[in-house]
Design a protein around this ligand. Structure first.
Ligand code: NAP
Length: 308
């Protein structure tokens, strides 16, 4: 019997994240139907009261809201791309919490609409242990679908952020956040090598950065405002200051005979920005190099290069 009760949900994908989503929803009184390629992973949830669907199609048909959380969109397509699933989808809200790209989200929305379903795309910026407490989940897609699923999503994520109807927004912001995290991690790992090569403790370095986190967060907020406003001419910290600071990093790596790829990459971008004449501007002007913009001051024509 197909349920239309909004306290009924199906969860497809029971890896580390999907199992936790299902468990938290069970713990909050939802009737949870689950399906996973490897059936054994459903056993703990079934012991706690979940209903095991015999197929992905019957999981889709069992509840008005269907949460999918598998490895990637390729896996999603393998699971959902059958005739049986297609005919079970009409009238459902498909909440895709699998990590993917903005284009995959847009394609997913078209695919779901063609089958009569609403579609939301979400990005989970949290570990499974945070689900049900302070997890951040970004959601984008049709507002009507979001309002239908909002109570459920709020249970999963203390910090639920709806980004509007452009369905690619959640994964776009996820990509942007991952970019920041990856650069921070690479910087941390190179910093760890600097500490090791100079006889300093890496755990003390980590603690010091943790203490600086609010200041670093404030700096990112400020730089975002500068780039959004396009006003680089009142530098709190000039690009030249950062460019000069990047050079000793390269020299230290060479002197200590440690890997120098990260500082060489970073100082290369700052050198390009200096050559383009952005030295006197706010450090955020480095984004102009990434856009492919150049300035007359740098001896080049303003605008975008062929690659920009
Ligand atoms: P996981 O533990 O590796 O689980 C992967 C899930 O995908 C399993 O249910 C697996 O089924 C299924 N799967 C993989 N390939 C499949 C295929 N070809 N056909 C059918 N099912 C397939 O991964 P996870 O940590 O739960 O992550 C799930 C999603 O959440 C990912 O997109 C991830 O980026 C995102 N996420 C995870 C975290 C985290 O900390 N774990 C944080 C944020 C976002 P089997 O059990 O049968 O292998």
């Amino acid at each position: 019997m197909i349920g239309n009760n909004m306290n009924e949900v199906s969860v497809i994908g029971l890896g580390a994240m999907g199992s936790t989503l299902a468990q938290v929803l069970l713990g909050n009184g939802y009737r949870v139907t689950v399906w996973n390629r490897t059936t054994a992973k459903a056993e703990p949830l079934v012991r706690d009261g979940a209903v095991l669907a015999q197929s992905a199609a019957s999981a889709v048909g069992a509840s008005p809201i269907v949460v999918v959380c598998v490895l990637d969109y390729k896996a999603t397509n393998e699971i959902l791309g059958t005739k049986e699933v297609a005919s079970a989808l009409a009238g459902r809200v498909l909440v895709q919490l699998t990590t993917g790209s903005p284009q995959e989200a847009r394609d997913g929305e078209v695919w779901a609409r063609e089958r009569g379903a609403d579609y939301l795309d979400g990005a989970i910026l949290a570990y499974p242990s945070q689900i049900g407490t302070d997890a951040t989940i970004l959601i984008s897609g049709a507002e009507t679908a979001f309002r239908r699923s909002e109570p459920l999503l709020k249970i999963l994520a203390g910090n639920l952020t709806y980004l509007g109807e452009q369905v690619g927004s959640a994964s776009a912001l996820d990509c942007a956040t991952l970019s920041y995290l990856l650069a921070a991690l690479l910087g941390f790992f190179h910093g760890a090598r600097v500490c090791e090569s100079e006889g300093l403790r890496v755990d003390s370095f980590g603690s010091m950065l943790a203490d600086l986190a609010p200041v670093l967060g404030g700096e990112v907020k400020h730089l975002g405002e500068v780039i959004q406003a396009g006003e680089y001419d009142r530098p709190q910290s000039s690009l030249m200051t950062y460019a000069s600071a990047a050079e000793p990093l390269v020299r230290q790596a060479q002197d200590a005979h440690i890997n120098s790829e990260f500082p060489t990459f970073a100082s290369g971008l700052f050198r390009q920005a200096m050559a383009a004449g952005h030295g006197e501007e706010e450090v955020a002007a480095l984004v102009k190099v990434l856009r492919g913009e150049t300035t007359d001051k740098g001896g080049l024509t303003a605008g975008r290069t062929q690659s920009g």
